[in-house]
Design a binder for this molecule. Sequence first.
Ligand code: PSU
Ligand code: MN
Length: 319
Amino acid sequence: MMLPLTVSPPIAAALAEGRPVVALESTLLAHGLPWPHNRDTLQEMQAAVLEGGGEPAIVGISAGRLIIGLDNEQVEFFARNGREIVKVSRRDMAAVLARGHHGATTVAATMIAAARAGIRVFATGGIGGVHRDHDPRATNFDVSADLYELARTPVCVVSSGAKSILDLPRTLEMLESLGVPVVGYGTRSFPSFYSHDGDLPVRHSVETAEDAARLLLLQSEFGLGGMLLANPVPEKAAIPSAQVESWLKDALALAEQQSISGTAVTPFLLAQLHHRSSGRTLNANRALLVANARLAAEVAAALSKLDRPKSFPRAPSPD
Ligand code: PSU
Ligand code: MN
């Protein structure tokens, strides 16, 4: 069977020549940011990857084909028509492809596509995680498939941790249970997206892109699955977490009052934060996305310079 999979010519060429490639997700484009910030931010991320010597590959499903490297026209279409584009995680991929629909790939689905094409580094803003119990009357059991994907698929996701609208301590516990390395970039605490003053410790940290690439190479050579490289938001755009928390408290109360539930919760809360912060959360979001794209390009470049180990060191022979 011919798979409905297209790797765009510039990405195919870069991969064949062993040049660095960075995957970017389309859920961000279709559902994560408001128009026209979504299109503009993705363009800035692409520029940041190119400046870092990498090739940016936006992943999405267009009319039933999995595309690695959406073109500008497709990017504009995704950015303008979010409402008509299904959010696609691992469970949705085959169904959306089979029906010939469009689909915006989440972190999980983008990782699957990247690994399939041989792309090992992926930049985004925040991963999905364990949701907070925002409705005390309901037993909210909402854990993102992103966490399970990180455990099984050998791709390095560069993100600024996860949004503080999630339950971050539980998200970290799940990542630990799943065996996912969470590696702080120049930090020993887990970045909480908009803020710089997170107080959840991470066990491992690196100071350079080269060190991150060495870790990633060992992770994949030993078949240990993916990893999360957690890059704090640039200091200039950071918002104190107490401030974010106070906006969020009001937004959560309003969500409960209006019986917002399921997949509508995240977009509702993000729009509320944007409104309540007079745009500061959006500004922080854009700044961290571009910084993550830049770091991902550096890691991909460092990775392409490292030799694959030809064989693993052998134990000395008994004689
Ligand atoms: N976090 C954000 N904005 C987003 C997402 C996460 O701050 O748009 C998107 C990502 O694509 C992520 C997905 O993979 O939401 C997680 O969705 P779910 O919790 O339904 O798995
Ligand atoms: Mn969910």
